[in-house]
Design a protein around this ligand. Sequence first.
Ligand code: NDP
Length: 316
Amino acid sequence: MEIVEGTITLKVPEGSKEVLLKNLYLSCDPFMRNLMNKPQGTETSSGAIGGFGVSKVIDSGSPDYKYGDLVWGLTKWEEYSLVPSSQIISKIQHTDGVPLSYYTGILGMPGVTAYAGLFEVGSLQKGERVFVSAASGAVGQLVGQFAKLTDCYVVGSAGSKDKVDLLKNKFGFDEGFNYKEEPDLNAALKRYFPEGIDVYFENVGGKTLDAVLLNMRVQGRIPACGMISQYNLTQPEGVTNLANIVYKKIRMQGFHFFDYVNLYPKFLEFVLSHLKEGKIVYVEDIAEGLENGPAALVGLFSGRNFGKQVLLVAPE
Ligand code: NDP
């Protein structure tokens, strides 16, 4: 990754239907790692990396947007980006007291992902036993809190003592543990789930998934959101306990945010009301300046982020 400087005209080209955005906040997301792979047969990947962000419309060739509109959607890691209007997911009706950066997290893609994964894919029912990995991150902290709002028993795993404290003391999880300090993940899960797990919200894959499979209840569900432990491996880790999917009639289903983007209005109503009543909280880790973006992004893979990793590019 390198920073490239250039000049642009702050105007949408004549006749174009595109929208010119001033990027305010950029979202650091694990899937961006895959966008950085070099296209096959080339030496380098080129152009600004794409991702989700919160932006202000500077000029517009689309009748749907005008100067000054605040929007979130797919943009690029640039100060200004010219994008097709179809990449904008939603206009932001900015609400007092809610940070604009939240539209990269709780009010944006990670929020919908947690909501759809838990309720649509995971078919979560009141009172069930829920386990979530990468539990203090952008998606995980919401999965745990949404499950608590559904009167579930919730346990999360995270990679440090401070993160585990956050789960229990800030997000209201029933229990949490540091997976890096558990020599036997199967034993740890047995300790927290003596009667087994109904829903495992999968964020990490690998050894955690393998141990979870031994601890699922009959007809348990595994919404497979991500497997971050595998993204940087040239040789993926083997999962040895897959036969439990058959024995216990487990339903494991992968899903993508874009499959559920139509839920956004319903989701926003749900989450904003809980946020304003103080029943949900959100923790962000904000890095400042495009020049600090690469380190913030790479930090996701070593757990450097404490909450949702955001990059502030320009003040509102
Ligand atoms: P987070 O904010 O949770 O950041 C990533 C976290 O992953 C790190 O902080 C770290 O936490 C943990 N981690 C990193 N490497 C490993 C490893 N080797 N083993 C275990 N944990 C690790 O990220 P998100 O909430 O944005 O994403 C969580 C998951 O959800 C990812 O797998 C991502 O790809 C997926 N995702 C999928 C979407 C979809 O549409 N399906 C949409 C959004 C996200 P710790 O310190 O606790 O180890």
